[in-house]
Write a protein of this length. Structure first.
Length: 201
C-alpha cells in the first residue's frame, strides 16, 4: 500500500483538494477531469511563457499532466497542489527546450557583474498581454531564466542546478533579459507616444 493513502491532509491543501487527490488515485475519471479542468488554464499560461506558440504550449502542458497523474501518489502535501503541479510543468517545459536544442546559454562575466546596474523592471506594473508579447520575443535562454527568477521565484543557485550552468551564467542571462525587455518596452512607449501626438494634432 502507498504511504500516500494513509497520509493526513496537510494545512497547505484543503479537504476538497485532499479528496480530489484520493479520487484521482482511485482511478475515478470524473475526478481526474476535475483536476485537469481546475488547473489547466493557469498551467497553459505557465507553459506558454517557456514556449513560442500556443500549440507548443498545449503539447508541453499535456505532457506535464501525464506526469502529474503518473506521480500523484508521490505528492507529499508539503506544498500546495497547484505549486506542485506548476513545478512539474516548468520541468517539463525545460526538458522540452533541451530536447529541441533551443536552450543555449552564453555567459558574459561583465554583464553578470554589472547586473545590479541594469534598471529594475517592475513586471507587475506592465500590462500582462504586452509583457507576454515581449517575453515571447526573448531568446530561449533569456526567457527561461527570466521566467524562473522573476516570475517563478527560483534563486540563481536553483536555476543553475536545474539547467546545468553556473550561477554567473544565470545572472548574466537575467541581466540580458531585463535589458532586452527595457529596450523593447521603451520602444513600445515611444511608438505609443508618437501616435498619441499625431491624434491630438
Amino acid at each position: 500500500m502507498s504511504n500516500t493513502q494513509t497520509q493526513k491532509p496537510s494545512r497547505v491543501i484543503t479537504q476538497q483538494e485532499d479528496q480530489l487527490i484520493k479520487d484521482c488515485l482511485a482511478g475515478k475519471r470524473a475526478a481526474q477531469n476535475r483536476l485537469f479542468d481546475k488547473y489547466a488554464p493557469k498551467m497553459l499560461g505557465v507553459c506558454f511563457r517557456y514556449t513560442q506558440t500556443a500549440h507548443e504550449a498545449e503539447d508541453v502542458m499535456q505532457d506535464g499532466f501525464v506526469k502529474v497523474f503518473n506521480n500523484l501518489a508521490s505528492f507529499r502535501r508539503e506544498s500546495s497542489l497547484e505549486a506542485w503541479i506548476k513545478r512539474i510543468m516548468v520541468n517539463t517545459a525545460l526538458n522540452h527546450l533541451k530536447s529541441t536544442r533551443r536552450l543555449r546559454m552564453e555567459e558574459d562575466i561583465s554583464v553578470a557583474e554589472n547586473a545590479l546596474d541594469v534598471s529594475v523592471i517592475q513586471l507587475h506594473d506592465i500590462d500582462a498581454e504586452i509583457l507576454m508579447g515581449c517575453i515571447q520575443q526573448l531568446p530561449a535562454g533569456y526567457r527561461v531564466v527570466l521566467n524562473m527568477f522573476a516570475i517563478e521565484g527560483y534563486a540563481h543557485k536553483e536555476i543553475a542546478e536545474q539547467l546545468g550552468i553556473t550561477e554567473s551564467t544565470s545572472r548574466s542571462q537575467f541581466a540580458r533579459a531585463k535589458e532586452f525587455l527595457r529596450k523593447k518596452l521603451d520602444s513600445l512607449k515611444k511608438t505609443e507616444q508618437h501616435y498619441e501626438r499625431r491624434r491630438v494634432q
